[in-house]
Design a protein. Structure first.
Length: 274
């Protein structure tokens, strides 16, 4: 059973400065809903009941968002506008939120390691909320991965084919196809030069991990920029254990980039108006 979902949300979001100077990137709205709420709803759909959020300085808005707001709710009730907060209150009522602060921003791998206290000794999902995944009337992307975990009981990364010129922005897998949309990973490389990339299959912000990744993360040396990469840890893990890569069904928007964020807003707005 995957009950917990970890949300590394401590990054600086420098690509969105000055908007992210005092508010976290994960609170930027796509239409009217903050990115992190889409992520939490996806985890809820996948039957997770605990959202473990790794935050940093200046990220208190996330905790406030997932909390009740007496005055506002009272005000909305008097004005018969409760529907405006209904989705958010449903989320708050249907899961528990736990938080830990990453004291130094030492990369995604370090953020996941920081979450160890919240996760404990059980398999867990990871959602990077700035990768917005919309399932086109099917199961949520994390839900698809949980189904796969229940079959294979091993770590899984979500992958997507990307254009060769963009491969240097991602972790890229070298894998053997097991069945349609499922690869067994031989190795992974972080941000390769496109001409040396082992494939055009890039890892996006959804993972299922098992707790035996934590000791490996502890032992992973930081890269040139001083960051601990989850790709390096999974690469080590895959040498002796099975790690799967899954071509998910759905649409992913890279909302960590301006282009992806604007596209998500336009597409979801058009969908809402249709
Ligand atoms: P990114 O590199 O996309 O996020 O990290 P960033 O650093 O916030 O963005 P830019 O590049 O400066 O604009 C991917 C995810 O990992 C989290 C981020 O919050 C994001 O969800 N992260 C990254 C951490 O939680 N801690 C870190 O030290 C680094």
């Amino acid at each position: 059973m995957i009950r917990k979902c970890l949300f590394p949300a401590a990054g600086y979001g420098t690509r969105f400065l000055p908007a992210t100077k005092a508010i976290p990137k994960e609170m930027l709205p796509v239409n009217t809903k903050p990115l992190i709420q889409y992520g939490v709803e996806e985890a809820l759909e996948a039957c997770c009941d605990t959202m473990a959020i790794v935050t940093g300085r200046g990220k208190r808005a996330i905790e406030d968002h997932f909390d009740i707001s007496y005055e506002l709710e009272h005000q909305l009730k008097s004005a018969k506008k409760e529907h405006l907060l209904k989705e958010t209150i449903d989320v708050i009522n249907n899961c528990a939120f736990t938080y830990i602060r990453q004291k130094e921003m030492k990369g995604l791998g370090h953020a996941i390691l920081t979450g160890e206290n919240l996760i404990g000794n059980e398999p867990f999902g990871v959602i990077l909320a700035d990768d917005l995944c919309i399932n086109n009337n099917g199961k949520s992307v994390l839900g698809q991965m949980v189904d796969l975990y229940n079959r294979f009981k091993c770590p899984i990364v979500a992958i997507q084919e990307v254009e060769s010129k963009d491969l240097d922005k991602y972790g890229v897998i070298d894998g053997v196809m097991l069945e349609d949309s499922i690869y067994e990973i031989k190795s992974m490389v972080e941000k390769p030069n496109p001409k040396d990339a082992p494939s055009n299959l890039a890892v996006i912000g959804r993972y299922i991990l098992t707790p035996d990744i934590f000791p490996i993360l502890y032992a992973t040396t930081p890269d040139k920029r001083g960051e601990i990469q989850i790709t390096d840890a999974l690469n080590k893990y895959a040498k002796n254990n099975r790690v799967l890569a899954y071509v998910f069904k759905g649409t992913r928007y890279d909302c960590g980039s301006i282009d992806g964020f604007i596209k998500a807003n336009v597409d979801l707005y058009n969908k809402m108006k249709a």
